[in-house]
Design a protein around this ligand. Structure first.
Ligand SMILES: Cc1cc2nc3c(=O)[nH]c(=O)nc-3n(C[C@H](O)[C@H](O)[C@H](O)COP(=O)(O)O)c2cc1C
Ligand code: SF4
Length: 489
């Protein structure tokens, strides 16, 4: 039974602020929205030789809809066009592009390869051309490409078959991907090969004119797993220096082979233990609320990054602060702060009212999840005023997103407000907000999680409930059937 009111039922900013106060959440929220060139959300950010034209960022979001050899499909191009039409001036990577075949998170993920260069160039062109339709200039549009290896969560060949590539054995996550203590960990030699693959991808992104590459360090994928490899031996585990060697070598290599291109890092700025549905409260067709996997045998907890080792149900920003210091030393200015992982603690990573099919009922008011990410980002920003920080997890705010975004930017909690799911259902929200147009309520993402449930069940991602492209297609019918079958189990 849900014990909190869905945000969709809150009608006014005043009521929303009262609800925040009742929950004792510090989320800032303005009473009135400003529009036009003086609006806080319309202010540029200096970045390298360029300016980022406003304070909206589009987060990377893969669609599980590339071709099997890793080229974009028409659906991929459509999504990137929508990113260009959004009006946001920072495009954080478009979507995760695997740097090698065995590092794909699904068999339809985009893949960096000589023969896929043309497709990756077309994506950028489509985005820029779309942006020209709504903006006088693309000079202040900064476009990155997110580079990744999926590590523990690799599924390169068959959607349902994990083929993990792990750095160390994990007390709760090994079982999630079907491996036991005998499963081989990657060697230092394997890692050096992957660093070379990243550098090949950097060179291609540079040739194709992308402004920056994101060396992805979030959501449980390989880059993120390095940061928690306390128990790994050798050059890439144990000390902080070793756990950040992967990043440092890619940054050093990039400066040598492609000095023009900028570097960004998307970071899970904190993490918690893994969660599962409470078995005692799971009934036919209905998952129970999330509870932590048993972890007591693994305390002090050395299997996460930004996790409190004594109480891993809490986060601890001391190592993430150290990591941001390192980024500053390495002159990496662009940092996108996210949290947790969609695979093992989705309520931390993307707060939602409705869980994805492999998740659990939210164990807390999703607003608490929004506040958790916002407050951690604020604390990091206070310590690192010279870094450009992008914030995450704003979509659950729905109608109140622009009011919170404006206050967060004005009060210096964050430099740029990142949008994920909201852009799948309502791509032009940034443009509407900055131009002072009334928001289109029927396009607002209600966090139904179908964009996560679809790929978990072998279908491409997309906004099935609100975007006619999916809703009215054969895919929409298939997803309805899958959901009905699950309910009747
Ligand atoms: C369908 C889908 C695909 C995603 N793919 C990626 C991805 O490729 N790379 C990434 O860093 N995050 C990815 N994310 C996470 C989002 O970038 C974002 O962090 C998350 O949705 C929370 O932001 P929101 O509350 O605005 O949705 C994805 C999220 C969704 C819903
Ligand atoms: S499917 Fe659409 S409404 Fe549901 S969470 Fe995704 S973007 Fe939002």
């Amino acid at each position: 039974m849900r014990t909190y009111p869905p945000i969709g039922g809150i009608r006014t900013v005043t009521e929303f602020k009262a609800h925040l106060a009742a929950l004792d959440l510090a989320i800032p929220c303005d009473d009135q929205l400003q529009s036009g060139p003086t609006s806080p959300l319309a202010q540029p950010i200096d970045f390298n030789a360029k300016q980022i034209g406003n304070r909206f960022c589009i987060h990377p979001m893969e669609g599980w809809d590339g071709t099997v050899d890793g080229k974009p499909s028409e659906a991929t191009l459509r999504r990137w066009r929508n990113f260009g039409l959004s009006g946001a001036k920072l495009i954080w990577g478009g979507e995760a592009v695997a740097v090698r075949y065995d590092g794909r998170a699904n068999p339809n993920q985009l893949l960096m390869a000589e023969e896929n260069k043309k497709g990756l160039a077309e994506l950028r062109d489509a985005l820029l051309n779309a942006h020209r339709e709504i903006s006088e200039s693309t000079d202040d549009l900064v476009v990155g490409l997110q580079l990744t290896h999926s590590g523990r969560f690799s599924r390169p060949n068959i959607k349902t078959k994990p083929e993990p590539r792990i750095l160390y054995h994990h007390p709760t996550l090994d079982a999630r991907v079907g491996i036991d203590g005998d499963y081989p960990v990657m060697t230092d030699g394997d890692i050096r090969q992957i660093i070379d693959d990243f550098l090949f991808a950097v060179r291609v992104a540079d040739q194709l004119g992308y402004d920056f590459v994101d060396i992805k360090h979030c959501h449980g994928y390989l880059g993120h797993e390095f940061l928690s490899a306390h128990t790994r031996e050798g050059d890439f585990g144990g000390s902080f220096e070793n756990r950040t060697r992967f990043l440092r070598e890619i940054v050093a290599g990039t400066r040598t082979i492609a000095p023009r291109i900028q570097i960004g890092v998307r970071l899970s700025g904190f993490d918690l233990v893994s969660f599962r549905p409470d078995p005692d409260k799971t009934a036919k067709g209905k998952m129970g609320p999330g509870i932590p996997d048993p972890y007591e045998h693994a305390v002090p907890y050395r299997f996460g990054f930004g996790v409190n080792a004594e109480n891993p149900e809490r986060y601890d920003l001391s190592e993430p602060m150290r990591f941001l210091s390192l980024l500053q030393e390495l002159e990496v200015q662009l940092v996108n702060i996210t949290a947790g992982s969609p695979y093992y603690n989705p309520h931390i990573q993307r707060p939602a009212l409705y869980p994805p099919s492999d998740g659990y009922e939210p164990p807390e008011d999703p607003l608490i999840g929004v506040a958790r990410q916002m407050e951690a980002t604020r604390d990091l920003k206070r310590q690192f005023p010279n870094l450009i920080l992008v914030g995450t997890a704003y979509t659950y705010l729905q109608e109140f997103l622009p009011y919170v975004a404006q206050a967060a930017v004005s009060e210096g909690w964050v430099d740029s407000v990142g949008l994920g799911r909201m852009v799948l259902s309502y791509p032009e929200l940034p443009l509407d907000v900055i131009s002072g147009r009334v928001m289109t309520h029927k396009k607002i993402c209600r966090t139904f999680s179908d964009c996560t449930t679809a790929p978990r069940n072998g279908l491409p991602s997309g906004c099935y409930p609100l975007d006619g492209y999916y809703k009215q297609s054969e895919l929409g019918t298939q997803l309805k059937q899958i959901k009905a079958a699950r309910k009747s189990k």
